[in-house]
Design a protein. Structure first.
Length: 316
């Protein structure tokens, strides 16, 4: 998944019901008036320090718009000096858990209705970053904030009935586990249109593919920095590419199917058709409109399997 593309986020409503929905990576604040102004308003990462201090951009959404973003891993770029010159080589690395399980990143989301397209409700999100732990600081000084299902920090962050206070800031902890692995990958990750499983595989050096790679100038898309919060941080250096479970999520007009599979009811087919018409719509709300009742929320412990099931449906 690349910036500005759709990705699943996990959140809870005020009744405590679990919801998986799609939103665009790059938070657009609710006060944005026109769709044409959206590109200038998008913020892909939020510094933990800025969220805690309540800076203008984050003060409204930190109150009741907290979520987590499930991923398989993410990319980071190592800045390596070239000889004695001032030139810098950017080398992409992919980081993931050693056991290949999903990683859940702390995020914030928002909804906006543009004045020029009042019937469209646009949903977007940002990922919170904090100081990197010792094990990854050699690569970059920042790292996404990770939340673990079943912990008090997880429950606290997703309790959207709770107003912001110091306890929520304390939930955004530095990653303390020694369960990450990383390896160099192809520089093709720098081009947003590139996709494929090879982008999350260790780079095999010395082959013919590596030869052509060295003689081809990689196309890159620069990710915006956190405009309204920290002007001095390059956004693309924090997370230049985020890889979630579905390596083949298509662009914003991709059809989106229902996350929940009701084996005993044929109404799922109708639910999926409805979701195709409204790709960013809250899945739970669609079910309520169709059937007049809420579906039962499931325990957070199975969120990983639910996300994988959701992605499998999209691939098909």
């Amino acid at each position: 998944m690349a910036p500005t593309k759709y990705a699943p986020i996990f959140r809870k409503d005020h009744d405590g019901e679990s919801i998986i929905q799609y939103a665009t990576w790059g938070l657009i604040p609710f006060w944005t008036k026109k769709k044409q102004d959206a590109d200038q308003s998008k913020t892909f990462n939020a510094r933990k320090e800025s969220v805690i201090s309540g800076q203008k951009l984050w003060a409204p959404v930190r109150k009741h718009s907290r979520c987590v973003v499930p991923i398989e891993g993410y990319y980071e770029w190592l800045h390596k000096p070239i000889g004695q010159s001032k030139k810098i080589e950017k080398i992409p690395y992919y980081l993931r858990r050693k056991d290949k399980k999903l990683i859940f990143l702390a995020g914030l989301y928002d909804n906006v209705n543009y004045q020029d397209t009042p019937d469209d409700k646009f949903q977007s999100f940002t990922i919170i970053t904090g100081p990197a732990p010792k094990q990854t600081k050699w690569l970059h000084e920042r790292m996404p904030i990770v939340l673990e299902p079943g912990t008090k920090e997880w429950d606290l962050w997703l309790d959207n009935t709770k107003e912001w206070d110091d306890s929520l800031g304390s939930a955004l902890k530095e990653y303390g586990k020694d369960d990450l692995e990383w390896f160099e990958v192809s520089k093709d990750v720098g081009k947003v249109s590139n996709d494929g499983e090879y982008l999350v595989k260790p780079l095999k050096k010395g082959g013919i593919g590596d030869f052509f790679s060295k003689n081809k100038k990689p196309e890159t898309k620069e990710v915006k920095k956190e405009d309204d919060v920290e002007k001095d941080e390059k956004q693309g250096d924090v997370i230049n590419g985020l890889k979630n479970q579905n390596a083949n999520i298509k662009e914003e007009k991709e059809e989106v199917k229902s996350v929940e599979e009701d084996e005993e009811s044929k109404s799922d087919v109708n639910d999926e058709e409805q979701l195709k018409k409204e790709p960013g719509k809250d899945i739970r709300e669609d079910s309520e409109t169709k059937h007049g009742t809420k579906r039962e929320a499931t325990d957070d412990s199975d969120i990983g399997s639910r996300v994988r099931q959701h992605h499998k449906k999209i691939k098909n």
